[in-house]
Ligand binder design. Structure first.
Ligand code: NAP
Length: 470
């Protein structure tokens, strides 16, 4: 009779695709399951792990990044292995992993962005905020982009924390950013920037904004920056007033915005204009480039379900901006051979178990965590309970699971497969070599690190001091 899965005789073999917070929390939860022996192999597209902690969290939010210490601790478990620089769907395929792993977890996040759906959106100078974020954070895909920062006014569309990050980076004194791990190419460009005014556009009111209060308060603490709020936006409708009774973050935000109203001097060199109840309706262009943004004033309308929706009033104005960043949410991208829900941009699942969207049937042994599971919402810590709930589903399924053939349980098989394919994969010790290198460069400049932003260079640095993975 076959041994139970997850015992010393038959350790549970798990592959996890992605190396962001949701992935590491899932690994941690697996290792912490009582009476479960589990071997986890993590596959990641880039040599560098940590996903949005490295490529998304703003450079001036250094303390948030210390969360990687927890992930590094998880990675010390001898049953954990990391295979960086391996792209699922390109370098390795689902049908190659299925015979080698009892369970597979998708932790791929949301790799694309939502669109505004308005004319002129694709003109040069109108970009998804996500690629600007990737650019200043040294994401290898975006490091060679150039953003023309020679205009004085920029619009950032959306009222989430990403919009706040983008607006803040645009108006922060570059010399303050010079002490962070911002990508060198971005620092250089921001030092030449002529941007003086940023319009932050929220289609609904301040009570409905999804940014959090610490992010809002940061603007008031920025050197050389005035925060400008339209007093009309703080005359709240009854439904918004009522929402304040139960929404602590919104209450704090309204208090902070009212405090910003007290400043009426506006003498500082850079300004952030919070424009609520304002929707973009058309991007104007000149010679193929953004030359302005037509916006419409909204009012709020209560829906049948009690939510408040923005409704145009017909009252429009044109903002004289040369750059637009749309920050209206991330969106998932389908993985080859894996079910995908086009409507939500997520992998369809029930409690983390991947299902076939048409039949509702569970895809045996396949699971999902993080943004790929629930959509792009929540802070880093939200992923901890989210990943745990998927792991609980995985454990509950074990009793009914035959598991892979014993002849395929050898941990060396995947390494052999990757080597046979000629893949130059990066192990966790390899990453630590690169990590030390970046931190070393940073020390010399009084910065947390200087990021390496090209995959080729990363591999070169690693290969100079390669150590085998046990
Ligand atoms: P988000 O919080 O979902 O915000 C998206 C914003 O876009 C909302 O204000 C939304 O308004 C607006 N929007 C959507 N469609 C629009 C349209 N067609 N026209 C105008 N506005 C539109 O998303 P996010 O900012 O991308 O952030 C993603 C997640 O990462 C969030 O959970 C966020 O908190 C988190 N994050 C956290 C931090 C941090 O902790 N410091 C930093 C960055 C990101 P409606 O509300 O009206 O839909």
């Amino acid at each position: 009779m076959e041994q139970t899965l997850g015992t010393a005789a038959r350790p549970l073999r798990v592959a996890i695709i992605g190396a962001g917070p949701a992935a590491f929390y899932a690994v941690d939860a697996l290792f912490k399951q009582p009476n479960l022996l589990c071997q986890v192999d993590m596959f990641n597209r880039f040599p560098t792990p940590y996903g949005l902690v490295r490529e998304g969290v703003a450079p001036d939010h250094e303390s948030i990044k210390t969360v990687t210490r927890v992930y590094d601790k998880t990675a010390t478990n001898p049953n954990f292995r990391y295979f960086g620089n391996v792209t699922f769907g390109k370098d390795v395929h689902l049908d190659e992993l299925l015979p080698l792993y009892d369970q597979i977890i998708y932790a791929v996040g949301a790799q694309s962005d939502r669109r505004m759906g308005i004319p002129g959106e694709d003109l040069a100078g109108s970009y998804p905020a996500t690629i600007f974020v990737g650019w200043y954070n040294g994401h290898p895909d975006y490091r060679d982009l150039t953003f023309d920062l020679s205009c004085e006014r920029v619009a950032v569309v959306g009222n989430g924390n990403v919009a706040m990050d983008v607006a803040r980076i645009l108006v922060t004194d570059p010399e303050a950013l010079a002490a962070t791990d911002i990508a060198d190419h971005a620092l250089q460009a921001l030092r030449q920037s002529k941007v003086k005014e940023v319009y932050l556009l929220g289609r609904r009111g301040p009570v409905q904004a999804s940014f959090t209060n610490p992010e809002l308060k940061e603007f008031g603490e920025l050197e050389g920056v005035d925060v400008v709020v339209d007093p009309r936006d703080l005359e709240l409708d009854p439904a918004s007033e009522e929402a304040l009774l139960t929404d602590k973050n919104a209450t704090r935000n309204v208090t902070t915005l009212r405090r910003y109203l007290e400043n009426t001097e506006y003498t500082r060199p850079r300004k952030v204009f919070f424009k609520f109840l304002t929707s973009p309706v058309e991007v104007f262009g000149k010679d193929g480039r953004v030359s302005g943004l037509k916006v419409e004033r909204n009012r709020l309308e209560v829906q049948n379900d009690g939510t408040l929706r923005a409704k145009g009033t017909g009252q429009t104005e044109v903002l004289d901006v040369g750059l637009i960043f749309r920050s209206v949410g991330y969106r998932g991208v389908a993985l080859n051979g894996v079910p995908f829900d086009e409507k939500t941009g997520t992998i369809p699942n029930v409690a983390g178990r991947v299902i076939n969207l048409a039949t509702g049937e569970q895809q045996a042994g396949q699971y999902v965590v993080g943004w790929a599971k629930r959509g792009p919402s929540g802070i880093i810590g939200t992923n901890k309970p989210d990943s745990l709930s998927t792991v609980q589903s995985m454990v509950a399924d074990l009793a009914e699971m035959p598991g892979i053939a014993d002849s395929k349980r050898d941990r060396a098989l995947i390494e052999q497969l990757l080597k046979d394919k000629g893949l130059d994969y990066v192990t966790f010790p390899d990453w630590q070599v690169l990590n030390e290198h970046e931190i070393g460069l940073g020390k010399a400049q009084n910065r947390p690190r200087v990021k390496c932003t090209r995959v080729d260079e990363m591999l070169e640095i690693i290969r100079q001091r390669a150590t085998p993975q046990s």
